[in-house]
Write a protein that binds this ligand. Structure first.
Ligand code: MF3
Ligand code: CO
Length: 253
């Protein structure tokens, strides 16, 4: 069931989204050679609590193997849901995906960015730029009444045009009262998807784009998804609210 938000709820997500975007900007500065992903998570948690938010990813999922951190940190071939670790030390040339969700005044916002560590290859740079652009071209066509599949079509087209592939097995989602609400939003046109974006729907759009094939594998930790062929992957995510004539991006400063 799609949950349409009230103006009050949207206002709270606007506040929370801005805080989240500010936290992300600070964390981006912690992505440097020699730092480890455990430290970045520690900083993320401190910043979230200081802003009077709650790290919504911590404890998420199955009771037997809940997600253990405030921020998902995925490096290079890891696509999403990487787990921060002291041993994971960033090196020049790496690309790092940070994905955070916070609960603020009862509402959830969710965002992700991909950062370079020092100087990276031109292929990696192009992958990051293409993924950022793919999210933006997708966002540009959305207004009340736009088909979910039209969003997916322009995102995938942009990836393919640049020689990359879109991950099919992980998708965007409604967000706000819960981290994952209906509808699920593929970053490609999917046969079974018929719904349209509706006014005052709040959704997290999150293309994951691979340098090689679109196929993914789940790592033994039960959380980290990586590319099947070991090649690079990039990820950008924003929480938006759908309006009559366009959208408002909630997770930008
Ligand atoms: N933004 C991601 C998603 O929407 C991260 C959530 S997974 C979690 O799937 F376990 F870390 F919460
Ligand atoms: Co998400």
């Amino acid at each position: 069931m799609i949950i349409i938000k009230s103006l009050k709820e949207i206002e709270l997500m606007r506040e929370g989204g801005k805080i989240l975007a500010e936290i992300m900007e600070r964390l981006g500065k912690a992505v440097f050679p020699g730092n480890n992903t455990f430290e970045i998570n520690k900083l993320a948690k401190e910043l979230i609590l200081k802003a009077k938010g709650t790290p919504i990813f911590e404890g998420y999922g199955d009771k037997k193997n809940p997600y253990p951190a405030a921020v998902c940190i995925s490096v290079n071939n890891e696509i999403v849901h990487g787990i921060p670790r002291k041993e994971k030390i960033l090196e020049i040339g790496d690309i790092v995906k940070l994905d955070i969700g916070i609960l603020y005044k009862g509402m959830i916002t969710d965002m992700a960015r991909t950062y370079p560590v020092g100087k990276i290859s031109s292929e990696a740079q192009k992958l990051i730029e293409t993924t950022r652009e793919a999210l933006n071209v997708g966002i540009k066509i959305i207004k009340a009444g736009t088909k979910l599949n039209d969003y997916g079509r322009v995102v995938e087209k942009h990836a393919k045009l640049n020689g990359f592939s879109v991950v099919y097995d992980l998708v965007g989602h409604g967000v706000g009262k819960k981290l994952h609400e209906d509808p699920f939003i593929p970053n490609y046109p999917a046969k079974h998807v018929e719904s349209v974006f509706k006014e005052k729907m709040t959704v997290a759009l999150e293309p994951m784009i691979n340098a090689g094939t679109r196929y993914i594998k789940l790592m033994p930790d039960g959380w980290t998804y990586a590319t099947k062929d070991g090649k690079l992957s990039a990820h950008f995510e924003d929480t938006i609210v759908v309006k009559k004539n366009g959208v408002e991006i909630l997770t930008r400063i």
